[in-house]
Design a protein around this ligand. Structure first.
Ligand SMILES: Cc1cc2nc3c(=O)[nH]c(=O)nc-3n(C[C@H](O)[C@H](O)[C@H](O)COP(=O)(O)OP(=O)(O)OC[C@H]3O[C@@H](n4cnc5c(N)ncnc54)[C@H](O)[C@@H]3O)c2cc1C
Length: 341
């Protein structure tokens, strides 16, 4: 069956922070130049923010540049970092690293603890107010090319395909979205991005990317254990010295805490389970007290962030470091997060 097509000036694939910011900026530039520019954003999640996992500490610099009056426009960016702790853990003890010895990317004063999903929903509203067309629930499944080899746009996948790969009664062919420009903002290791990297040799002559798996849970703490704006990072136990990784714990608003664990995917022990290591981390004497009396069922998910290493710390600013950690495989999974025993 013939696919229908729609023509835009710019087609953006992915409604995360990058895709939404791009849509907003393009519309702002068009307004400044008093010209019409049609922009659409395709987001495979059921709504904007649905696939955004991280409780995050964000540098507000990008918001200052994009929407300078973000505070008065009601951005859900409210909890200033109040304290930074970086702890080296052994099985029973912890050693706090003096601030003077911390690399810049672990100094978070002036940054905010946010729900990145909430920030994306807000950015989505701002984009729509400017006229960006957002299509949630549509995954770009295929890159389309012009005869001269340049990118023509993307096609969404067919719907209503049975397990046997054959069309069912609900079968609907995908839609083609053609753009003068197509902007890929799928996050890290997006499958279209990987096709483009191969086709255009985008990773030729550069260092291979390193990846980690990031697992995050959202807990509601007992109020006396909650410190709004507290940011705790750890390294060391339960990982051994050869395994790259560590934890983060961000105290948000309303007694909520985002706690997570990242393990570099270069680990050599085939029996290592990042999820189990995360659960062990929460039993550490310095971490466990935060969760005592916590109520509610924590929500959990896992994603794949690119792993940074000491190599990049010397050459990038805190803002570069956080924006460089583009997100990957959007496969949040509901899993039973455990209360530490
Ligand atoms: C566990 C964890 C903790 C983190 N903590 C922090 C932190 O504290 N501070 C910080 O600044 N950063 C943090 N990050 C990194 C931050 O999340 C990313 O830098 C940021 O989300 C990257 O934005 P993005 O728009 O490039 O990609 P993403 O946020 O990954 O968004 C991509 C979007 O595109 C959609 N998409 C993908 N493929 C398609 C497709 N084919 N068609 C349609 N839609 C598609 C996805 O559903 C998703 O909504 C963390 C990441 C992880 C995994």
């Amino acid at each position: 069956m013939q696919r229908e097509s729609m023509q835009y000036d710019v087609v953006v694939v992915g409604g995360g922070p990058a895709g939404l910011a791009a849509g907003i900026r393009l519309k702002q530039l068009a307004a400044e130049k008093n010209t019409e520019l049609s922009v659409c954003v395709l987001e495979k999640g059921s709504e904007i923010g649905a696939h955004i996992l991280s409780g995050a500490v964000v540098d507000p610099r990008a918001f200052d540049e994009l929407i300078p009056d973000w505070k008065t426009q009601g951005a859900p960016i409210k909890t200033l970092v109040s304290e930074d702790r970086f702890l080296m853990l052994t099985e029973s003890r912890s050693f706090r690293t003096p601030e003077a010895l911390l690399p810049a990317c672990f100094k978070n004063h002036g940054n905010y603890v946010v729900s990145l999903g909430g920030v994306c929903r807000w950015l989505g509203q701002k984009a729509e107010e400017l006229g960006v067309e957002i299509y949630p629930g549509f995954a770009a499944a295929e890159v389309l090319f012009n005869e001269n080899g340049s990118v023509k746009g993307v096609a969404t996948g067919d719907m209503g395909i049975g397990r046997d790969g054959k069309p069912t009664a609900n079968h609907q062919v995908g839609m083609e979205l053609h753009g003068k420009y197509t902007f890929f903002a799928e996050g890290c290791r997006g499958h279209l991005g990987r096709q483009l990297q191969d086709r255009f040799g985008l990773r030729d002559g550069v260092d291979p990317q390193a990846y980690g798996i990031g697992i995050k849970e959202l807990w509601e703490l007992e109020p006396s254990r909650h410190r709004p704006g507290l940011v705790v990072h750890t390294a060391g136990w339960p990982l051994d010295a050869r395994t790259y990784g560590g934890s983060f714990m961000y105290h948000m608003e309303e007694n909520l805490v985002a706690v997570g664990y990242v393990v570099g995917l270069a680990y050599t022990n085939p029996y290592l389970s990042p999820f189990e290591e995360f659960q062990r981390y929460k039993t550490h004497p310095v971490i466990r007290p935060f969760f005592e009396g916590a109520s509610g069922f924590p929500t959990a998910g896992a994603r794949l962030p690119p792993a940074a290493s000491c190599r990049c710390l010397s050459s990038c600013s805190p803002a570069d470091a956080s924006s460089a950690t583009t997100r990957a495989f959007s496969t949040p999974r509901a899993s039973k997060a455990r209360i530490p025993r």
